[in-house]
Design a protein around this ligand. Sequence first.
Ligand SMILES: Cc1ncc(COP(=O)(O)O)c(C=O)c1O
Length: 456
Amino acid sequence: MESLINSGKIIGINKATPATTAIGDYGTEELYDMYQQFSCQCDETGMYDQFLLVERAEGLNVWFKGDSKPYLDLVMGFSALNLGHQHPRVKKAVEEAIRTIDHIHSFNSESKILLSRILAEKAPGNNDKKVYFPVGGAMAVDTAIKLARAFSGKPRIASFTNAFHGYSYGAMMVTDDPIINKWQYGPYPGEAVRLPYADCYRCQHVICNYQCLQIAEQYLTENNDIAALIIEPIQGHAGFIIPPREFIVGLKKLCQVNNILFIDDEIQVGMGRSGRMFSIEHFDVEPDIMLLSKSLAGGYYPLSAVIARSEIWDSISPAGSGIGSTFANNPLGTYIALQVQKILEEEHYIENAERIGAYFTAELKRLERYKNIDNVTGLGLIQSLEVVEDKKTREPAPAIAKRIQSEGLKQRILLYVAGIEKNRIKFALPLWVDLGDMDWIIWKIRDVIGRVCLLN
Ligand SMILES: Cc1ncc(COP(=O)(O)O)c(C=O)c1O
C-alpha cells in the first residue's frame, strides 16, 4: 500500500451509507480514505511513508493488514514493550486481571499496595519512599512538578536541552524540542530554565572541562527560586544519549548544596532497559522523585508511577491535594504491573539485557565502517547510532536517516528516527532477546544500512 500516501488518491466515502463497526468490512484503500476524512492527522500516525494497518503482533514481530509476512519491530511501542509483544506470562496476567476487575475509584487494591512496596524498596537509596500511580507519562511529570513546587515553596523547574517529558502543559514546559511548535498553545504554567545536557558527541565547547556542569553550577547557585531539576539520566527521545557519570553525579551534588529536588524521569529508559532496573543506577545517585511509565504494565495499560521520598509526599495534605485522576491507581493496571515485576525477576531479564546489550553495542559499532554511520552508543538494550554527512564535520544527515527508515520498511523492519536533528536511529528491544535473535536483528540492520550507505 506504499502508493497510497503519495498518490493523493481519495475514493470519497459515501456518508449516506451507514458506518459499520465490523472489522474486515473495508479494504485498505477505503480505510485510508476514512483516515483522511475522520482521523486527526497531527499525531504520529503519518511518520512512516506507507499506510500500514496493524493487525497482530507477537514477540519481535508485527503483522499488517493484507500481508501474511511479519515486520521486525525494533521500536517496541516507543519503548512501552520491554517484554516484547504479547509475552505469554504478561498476557496471562492481563487475562487474569480482566476476569476479575475493571475499574474502581477511591478504594485500594492489594496489587496497588504490593506494587507500591516493591517499587519503593527497589528505588535507589536509603530514604523511605511512597508511590502514586497516575495515568501515562505526562501526568506523572505534572505530578512531580506539583510535588516539587508544593514541597519547596519555590516556583521554577530546571530542565535540559533536547529533553523530552511529554505533551501535557506541565510536561511541555520542561520539554525542549525545537521541532514542536509549542508556542501556538501558550501561555504555559511558567517557563523552565534550560541547562545544557552533556551530549559529548555534539559538545559545543572546544575544551570540555565539564563546562555544561559549570553552567549548571553557576545558574543553580545564583538563582534561589528553583524547586527541582528534571532529567532523563539517559535521554530517550533525543536518541539515547548517555552522559558521563561525572555529569549526573555533579548535578546531584549541586541539587543537595542548593536545596533543589532531583527528579529522575525513567519513563523511557527505566524498567530494565539499560541493564539495570533504573538507569540512574549506573550513576549511583538517589533521586528525590522518580518517574516510571511505558513498560510498567507491560504495554497493556498506561500506568505510571511517581516514587518520591516519603517526606515529600507527606508534605501534601490529602484534603484538597489536587492530585488524582479517574483512572489513577487502576487495579487492572497495578495487577499487570505487579506480575511484570515478578516476571522480570524470575526470568532474569534485566541481567540478560545487560549481557546481550554489550554484544549488541559491539556489533552495532562495526556499522561505523559505513560512510554515514557514527557515534554508536548504548547501555543494555538502549542503543542508537547517528547518521551523518561526514564524520569529520559530524554534520547531521536527516535525509539519509529517513532513507534508511524507508528502506527498512521495504525490508520489513520498523526503525525509529529520533533526535533533535532527526538523524539518530534508536533501537528498543525486548529484554529477553538471545544471541540468536540478536544476530538476526544485526543482520537485518546491516542489510538495510548497506542498501543506503557506502563503506568508508
Ligand atoms: C522521558 C519521557 N518522559 C515522559 C514521556 C511522556 O509519556 P507519555 O507519552 O506516556 O505521556 C515520555 C514519552 O515518550 C518520555 O520519553
